[in-house]
Design a protein around this ligand. Sequence first.
Ligand SMILES: [Zn+2]
Length: 281
Amino acid sequence: MNITQIRNATVLLEIGDHRILVDPMLSSPSSLAGFRLFRGQRRKNPLTALPDDVNQLIESATAVLITHEHPDHLDKSGIEWIKSRGLKVWCSSVDAPNLRRKGLDARIITEDSCDLSVEVVPAIHGHGMIGWLMGPVAGYYLAHPNEPTVYITGDTVLTDTVKSAIERLRPQVIIAPAGTANFGIGKDLMFSEAELIELAKMASGQVVFNHLEAIDHCLMTRLRLRQIMDDAGSGQQVFIPEDGERLEFDCSSDAPPVELRTSSQSTPGIQKWLTAKFAGT
Ligand SMILES: [Zn+2]
């Protein structure tokens, strides 16, 4: 299995015969609004350009996987790119109707989509009312017989659901957002610094941290995260790839047998409508 970090949460996941483009935000720098609401430092997004060889990297994509519809995970450029190639878009039942309205070939991911074993792990993008208003997010555990198992957490805080998924599924690789996003008021919108440390300690395999240094409300840097993980004694198992960097994972040990669960995916509500509006795609 190979994971190529593209930018922010956008990665190319090579698993089995699949080359799955996850959460494509493909806009040029400064072409999206700033997300930070308070405490200054609001800047237009994305803050950084895509890697020089991005076209070559993503051209081979065979499908797309979406964790949620926020514009730093699926933007207008990403939608146009997907449409022009006619790729299938795997997503949760919450996002499928709206993605179809946007003209995408959206398919609800199930336990055996694209010959992978899949479990959808519900994620919560913040605490309290903010987390609710941010709308539902889907994490995905993916297993292929000849590949390491991988859990893409999606934008989430460290909920009991996420913790129990890590304990039960024992993914060999976890891909998690580490930007500690904050609107400038209230608690972080995804894993806080303390939660990132806890997540790395809980992980039985390796952890790939991304969603860094590309969006104005994500203040964590790669350098600081590396220091934090080294200080916490988790440096060895953690990867913090640069944009354009490709990581290779071998199936050196068999994945632990697990029984996948069908989660009750939440139904779209007012918060889904709000975040779709906010997304503006
Ligand atoms: Zn995000």
